[in-house]
Design a protein around this ligand. Structure first.
Ligand code: BGC
Length: 381
């Protein structure tokens, strides 16, 4: 495998950082003069799933800004979480002659036809954050260590309940604690990795009775949330409270894989009289993505934690990989065994994530320039 040169990586990283510095998660700085190489009229198609979650807006903006600074044109499309729309957008990118595709899929199994056309036209495809399944025509995958994200969510639930201490050693609380489990959208490959990482971590505490999933709903099929919709999670939490906790018992922890779901879950709990804060009876609720509304809830002691995945770094990695392909090289993978898409193991570049509870907001989110102190206080961008 040929490697892209350190010099190229350095240059692209510098461009990426310039694009990101001081601008928070959702914006980019276009003032830097374009460092266009001799890339001519090369357009990169960037297909993103939805604008309802702020992470995808941040991802799209960061990928676009970085590619433009590297001298490429960018065709950035959002599909409103509608599968046929995303298929159509990809078809159009291929027809228009885009030279490379970066795709964050909605349904990871629904794009095989489009990717076959891309392969026939010799257009490399990079799966962005979410793996694309059931096709040989995905060339590279940039993402976070998704199994580890699930481990982090579950570990944080255990820490919040006091079963573990912050350093990972045994905590003082013995339980039993009532918990409920939520997972993401079944057609998103990541949802399975998150849930598996979480369940591998929680299972021994369920087996020894420290944790009790009082509803009995423990399979991913039972606890999944189609399209990761906040209102769907809120409705399921409301149903659980009515069906399982109307005997006066309380739910003490909720495994949630995404901040949007966490907010729906918290709303259902608040409407049922839980809270207002963790000290006041709000269960330990986890999350993911460090969305600003949830970071405020964490700062206000309502949500316990989130998992921060720095989308700026993911965008940088996508740009490095795209540039390698466009220069006729092969991007450098750091994992060549974890992501089997049903047809082949897709070479991947995995990034690390961090758990953020209240005490980590300053060091991980504010000091890194992802959010400002004012944004955390207001809960708005
Ligand atoms: C992403 C998460 C995100 C979720 C919902 C997943 O594929 O990895 O970061 O929370 O989709 O948008």
């Amino acid at each position: 495998m040929r490697r892209i040169t350190i010099a190229t990586m350095g240059a692209v990283l510098a461009l990426g950082l310039a694009a990101c510095s001081g601008n928070g998660a959702g914006s980019s700085d276009d003032s830097t003069a374009s460092a266009a190489a001799a890339t001519g009229d090369v357009t990169v198609g960037v297909a993103m799933p939805t604008q309802t979650s702020e992470r995808w807006i941040a991802d799209g903006n960061a990928v676009k800004a970085g590619l433009e600074k590297a001298g490429y044109k960018v065709d950035l499309q959002y599909a409103g979480d509608d599968i046929p729309t995303q298929q159509q957008q990809l078809d159009q990118m291929i027809t228009k002659g885009d030279k490379l595709l970066i795709v964050a899929s909605i349904d990871g199994t629904a794009l095989a036809t489009q990717l076959q056309s891309a392969a026939s036209a010799k257009i490399p495809v990079i799966a962005y954050d979410r793996l694309i399944n059931d096709t040989p025509n995905v060339d590279f995958y940039v993402t976070f260590d998704n199994y580890k994200v699930g481990v982090q969510q579950a570990t944080s639930l255990l820490t919040g309940l006091g079963i573990l201490k912050a350093d990972g050693s045994k905590g003082d609380a013995a339980g039993p604690f009532n918990i409920e489990l939520f997972a993401g959208s079944l057609d998103d490959n990541n949802a399975h990795f998150f849930f598996k990482g979480a369940m591998d971590t929680l299972q021994k505490y369920i087996d020894d009775g420290t944790l009790v999933v009082k509803s009995g709903q423990t399979t991913i099929e039972k606890v999944a949330t189609l399209r990761w919709l906040q209102e769907t999670a809120q409705k399921r939490m409301e149903d659980l409270l009515t069906s399982t906790y109307s005997d006066g018992s309380k739910v003490q922890g909720v495994l949630s894989p995404y901040d949007g779901l966490s907010r729906g879950i918290i709303t259902a709990l608040q409407n049922a009289g839980y809270g207002p804060t963790i000290a006041g009876g709000m269960p330990i609720v986890t999350g993911q993505d460090a969305e600003i509304a949830s970071v405020k809830l964490i700062n206000d002691d309502v949500q316990f934690s989130t998992v921060f995945k720095d989308t700026r770094k993911l965008a940088d990695q996508a740009i490095i990989s795209a540039q390698a392909f466009l220069e006729g090289k092969t991007p450098e993978a750091n994992d060549t065994k974890s992501y089997d898409n049903g047809v082949k193991v897709v070479p991947s570049f995995l990034l690390n994530s961090d758990v953020v509870a209240k005490d980590g907001i300053q060091s991980l989110l504010i000091d890194s320039g992802y959010w400002t102190k004012e944004q955390v206080a207001s809960g708005q961008k």
